[in-house]
Design a protein around this ligand. Structure first.
Ligand code: UDP
Ligand code: MG
Length: 147
């Protein structure tokens, strides 16, 4: 089992898409193990996107990510990281696969609906940034039997 971090970004909240995006996760049987709405302060956003700090679009990305609260979700499943990245697909919604979350809902490269950790190493770092391990819920779902 792996746990990965998802952020539903401000355009998801503004466009009333929270339920539709979470449905995509549930359709794939991913287990929601923690979920919280939160406003991202400067410290957390600077850390989360530190590798983009020197890009010309960083100020736009930062103000976009702080426009509304985000919904932070930890999901647990077999190969959760790859599964969520496949559901999410390319950074630019116009380069994403039809049927993926970003293709179906994303409008621009910054307004691309969802963040998903891209590796086990980054998932572990990012999860710690948004919640404490003691907060994670462990429970059974009927669909666990398919694993
Ligand atoms: N981003 C952007 N312009 C770019 C590249 C990235 O606004 O040219 C934003 C976009 O919101 C993206 C985020 O920065 O989701 C993080 O970039 P990354 O390369 O990690 O893409 P992701 O992993 O989200 O597909
Ligand atoms: Mg990334």
């Amino acid at each position: 089992m792996e746990t990965t971090l998802i952020l539903l970004k401000p355009d998801t909240i503004e466009r009333s898409l929270i339920g539709q995006v979470i449905t995509r996760l549930e359709n794939k049987w991913l287990k929601i193990s923690w979920l919280k709405m939160m406003k991202l302060d400067d410290t957390i956003i600077n850390k989360h996107y530190d590798f983009l700090m020197n890009k010309p679009f960083f100020p736009i990305l930062k103000s976009y990510m702080q426009r509304t609260p985000v919904v932070a979700i930890a999901v647990t499943w077999k190969e959760a990281i790859k599964t969520v990245r496949n559901l999410t697909w390319a950074t630019n919604p116009f380069e994403a696969l039809p049927g993926s979350i970003r293709w179906d809902f994303g409008l621009t490269i910054d307004g691309n609906i969802i963040h998903a950790s891209d590796s086990l190493e980054n998932a572990q770092k990012e999860l710690k940034r948004f919640f404490e391990w003691k907060d994670i819920f462990e429970y059974s779902k009927i669909t666990d039997d398919v694993l």
